[in-house]
Design a protein around this ligand. Structure first.
Ligand code: TMP
Ligand code: ASP
Length: 235
């Protein structure tokens, strides 16, 4: 296996097969565009399992994704795709950057989900983009942007339902998509690293905000999410 890309929380390796890759989950956590960094022992193991459970659930619910199979503690086989350099954020409640930007109190439920696009660029600090910007930079066509929105909303409905069943509010999350044979499919990972997950009763964070704002034990929270999802989905 040859290392192709090393990101902040994952590594991507080639495989013998031309159409697949290995996605490897590291223990590193970063926040605020790499300004804050820390390692959490076994975070990668938990995120590999959590993401595998969620992608399997999405695959079973007719969402096309890059996920094929978990093959070890930290590795999963994925379809090779060309990543669309967008972070597609879906928000159901106010929190994080939207609360800061517009001075909206955290935890307000939106009448309908809000979708935001950001350019994937560490150099530019992931700037916000609208459809015109996406078209201007030839990242996606108008039709593709409509499709990305539709898919993101569909995934949102499925994830809200899943997390609700385990007593968790899906506040917001980030998706990445890729192209494989000209079809757009879900890529990257879905884990507490890129979602905001609040306990329904206590409203306490069970995600990377624990690290961003030094609010509590990250591994305990990720373990809790993993146990609950595993119990719900792996029966
Ligand atoms: P934000 O409130 O900081 O814009 O984040 C919205 C959601 O997107 C939150 O669940 C965290 C996730 N996210 C990432 O996964 N990667 C990122 O680089 C950013 C900025 C947010
Ligand atoms: N993951 C991003 C970073 O490392 C930002 C974040 O999630 O807060 O900069």
């Amino acid at each position: 296996m040859k290392l192709l890309i090393e990101g902040k929380a994952k590594k991507i390796f080639s495989t013998k097969e031309k159409n697949t890759l290995v996605q490897y989950f590291k223990d590193d956590a970063t926040a605020f565009n790499n300004k804050k960094r820390k390692q959490f022992k076994s975070k990668g193991i938990l995120n590999n399992s959590i993401s595998a459970l969620i992608f399997k659930y999405l695959n079973e619910n007719r969402i096309k994704t890059h996920f094929i199979k978990k093959i070890s503690e930290r590795e999963q086989i994925i379809k090779k795709v060309k990543i669309i350099p967008l972070e597609v954020v879906v928000r159901n409640y106010s929190a994080g950057s939207i609360s800061d930007k517009f001075k909206i109190k955290q935890g307000k439920k939106f009448k309908e989900p809000i979708i935001e696009f950001f350019l994937k660029s560490d150099e530019l600090n992931d700037p916000f983009m609208n459809s015109a910007h996406i078209k201007l930079l030839n990242i996606a066509t108008a039709k593709e942007i409509r499709y990305l929105r539709k898919l993101a909303l569909k995934i949102n409905v499925l994830l809200i339902k899943l997390f609700s069943k385990i007593g968790i509010i899906l506040v917001d999350f980030k998706l990445e998509f890729g192209k494989s044979n000209n079809a757009i499919i879900l890529a990257d990972e879905i884990s507490p690293d890129n979602c905001r997950l609040w306990d329904k009763k206590s409203k306490l964070s069970l995600d990377k905000d624990l690290f961003r704002h030094d609010k509590g034990n990250l591994i305990n929270a990720y373990e809790y999410i993993h146990t609950k999802l595993n119990r719900k989905l792996n029966v």
